[in-house]
Ligand binder design. Structure first.
Ligand code: IMP
Length: 179
């Protein structure tokens, strides 16, 4: 992981480019779900909070908002890639169309865990909307239904993403320089 010292996030994806892509994703999602009734937009905390806010306000279909929070085991007590549920969805998702909204897929373990867990609750459907995909780092097979951008294997911040809780509110996606 890079250190924050002397960091100056270099712009990787500009605010305008993000905005244009979120417009496109919202149009695509609205078209795909038109006539299907309400969808549940399920934001994965914390990183997806800005994408969820922007995406949800651009949709033209009925939607409700829910959040879920997960974290990786980092104390060595579990195999690498193990994911822990920190906060569950409040309501039932049974019979509902669920769209998971996630900031980034790196190894893919988090999204894989979420899809598996939520499938067992028998929603009408589950799809995924992900802003960024580090495709060369991904270790598990995953279907991302709506993807913003593919990026390289570098640590990015901004637009909801952090490094040690810093830089989440940058309006663009920036790269933190590895030391
Ligand atoms: P995965 O389980 O390895 O796919 O990791 C997913 C989670 O790791 C994301 O939801 C982020 O919280 C975090 N993450 C992975 N890469 C980055 C990054 O470049 N910047 C910020 N967070 C990241």
């Amino acid at each position: 992981m890079p250190s924050l010292e002397n960091h100056a996030p270099k712009i990787l994806i500009s605010e305008d480019d993000i905005s244009r892509r979120v417009d496109e994703l919202a149009a695509e999602i609205s078209a795909d779900y038109a006539g299907k009734g309400e969808i549940v937009l399920l934001g994965v905390l914390k990183g997806a909070f800005i994408l969820l806010a922007d995406l949800s306000r651009r949709l033209t279909i009925p939607r409700s908002i829910e959040f879920i929070a997960v974290s990786s085991y980092e104390d060595g007590s579990m195999p690498s890639g193990a994911v822990r549920l920190v906060m569950d969805v409040r309501g039932s998702i049974e019979g509902k169309h669920v769209l998971i909204v996630e900031d980034i897929v790196d190894t893919g373990h988090t999204l894989h865990y979420l899809i598996d867990m939520l499938k067992s609750r028998e929603p009408a459907s589950i799809r995924t909307c992900v802003l960024l995909h580090k495709e060369h780092s991904t270790e598990v097979e995953l279907d991302i239904d709506y993807l913003g951008f593919t990026i390289g294997d570098e640590w990015v911040v901004g637009y909801g993403l952090d490094y040690a809780e810093q830089d989440r509110t940058l309006p663009y996606i920036g790269v933190v320089k590895p030391q």
